[in-house]
Design a protein around this ligand. Structure first.
Ligand code: SAM
Ligand code: DTB
Ligand code: SF4
Length: 349
């Protein structure tokens, strides 16, 4: 392991933003890429030093320090042909999730209106598809137009996309497309076999080429090693450019899935993962995603200290639970954290 102490500069000595991200053990190499070893060295820092570095980075890139609220809606639930080992929506696993048809436009717009009224600023529509068919794209573009017209940022996660499908979504007004790398390339093989890592990279590149912002992250706590977590974050941070939104999900173990009995990750390791994501992708919105119910208030507070600045907001994720909106509002108020939406409103008045 690298000696992270000896070459470490105290933060106060960093002269510029670029300087913060340079240095043998602390930042990008001369090639501009993060190596797995560099990221492991961040993980290995004493906890307080890692937190300080993450907070320093956060303060530079997000001086307002507000939290983005994104609401999820499962527009097509269950019956998915893929074998993602964590997912309750895979048809092959015996879970409580039943396959449903694609939701109608009006129902989706009602949910989007409710999300906006509750203070959300992004509406993300998720479908349990391996990839959408062209007729699905037609229906989803109508939803995107409707949600956009309500004044919300739009996001969709529909599985793999071809270039022309990505283009159609962009033209309909889709701001973000969510497609996760999920984990490191080597660990990926033990979780999913029905599509490869390269397929995911290809979709992300189609999304970029179409001019949309990328929402890409993954899941921790699936039994991967710290080195594999570092390799996963390296792949995200080395995407050029790195994603604008980075959802970090904590595995929600669901009965009937292969990962149902997975032991939870040490909460401090989860906080470290958030801090390392913040340092390596300083301009990204790092989203505390699935698994917040299990994390509790204190660990979530530490995640916000580590640089998380986005959450999924609303009682339901796709098929599993999320904290009550009221509980989240209380937590943010108690921590003195403003929402992105409320900051926008302040600018307008
Ligand atoms: N079917 C599409 C796909 O796979 O891209 C979109 C929906 S899929 C449910 C979106 C993401 O949800 C997955 O990539 C994974 O990161 C996350 N996810 C699914 N089940 C999860 C679980 N049990 N715990 C944590 N995250 C989960
Ligand atoms: C992401 O990274 N997490 C969200 C969103 N993108 C689509 C989904 C979390 C799903 C958790 C399991 C469920 O509710 O089914
Ligand atoms: Fe299907 Fe997406 Fe679930 Fe994988 S994560 S089984 S692709 S819904």
């Amino acid at each position: 392991m690298l000696d992270t102490q000896s070459t470490e500069k105290p933060l106060a000595h960093f002269k510029s933003k670029a300087d913060l991200h340079k240095g043998a053990n602390t930042g990008v190499s001369s090639s501009g890429e993060w190596s797995v070893v560099q990221i492991e060295a961040l993980f290995a820092l004493p906890f307080n030093e890692l937190m300080l570095k993450a907070q320093e980075t956060h303060k530079i890139y997000f001086p307002e320090g507000n939290v983005e609220l994104a609401t999820l809606l499962s527009i097509k639930t269950g019956g998915c042909p893929e074998d993602c080992g964590y997912c309750p929506q895979a048809a092959r696993y015996d879970t409580d999730v039943k396959a449903e048809k694609l939701m109608g436009l009006e129902e989706v717009l009602e949910a989007a209106k409710a999300a906006k009224a509750a203070g959300s600023n992004r509406f993300c529509m998720g479908a349990a598809w391996r990839e959408p068919k062209d007729r699905d794209i037609e229906k989803v573009t109508a939803m995107i137009k409707g949600v956009k017209a309500l004044g919300l940022e739009t996001c969709a996660t529909l599985g793999m996309l071809e270039a022309d499908q990505a283009q159609a979504l962009q033209e309909a007004g889709l701001d973000f497309y969510n497609h996760n790398l999920d984990t490191s390339e080597d660990f990926y093989r033990s979780v999913i076999s029905t599509r490869g890592y390269q397929d995911r990279l290809d979709t992300i590149s189609n999304v970029r080429a179409a001019g949309m912002s990328v929402c890409c992250g993954g899941i921790v706590g699936m039994g991967e090693s710290r080195e594999q977590r570092a390799a996963f974050l390296a792949r995200l941070a080395n995407l050029s450019p790195y994603p604008e939104s980075v959802p970090i999900n904590h595995l929600v173990p669901v009965a009937g899935t292969p990962l149902a009995e997975q032991k939870p990750l040490d909460p401090l390791e989860f906080v470290r993962t958030i801090a390392v994501a913040r340092i390596t992708m300083p301009k990204a919105r790092v989203r505390l995603s699935a698994g917040r119910q299990e994390l509790g208030r204190a660990v979530q507070a530490m995640c916000f200290m580590a640089g998380a600045n986005s959450i999924f907001y609303g009682e339901q994720l796709l098929t599993t639970g999320n904290p009550e909106a009221e509980q989240d509002r209380e937590l943010l108020a108690e921590l003195g954290l403003k929402t992105k939406q409320s900051c926008k409103a302040e600018v307008l008045v």
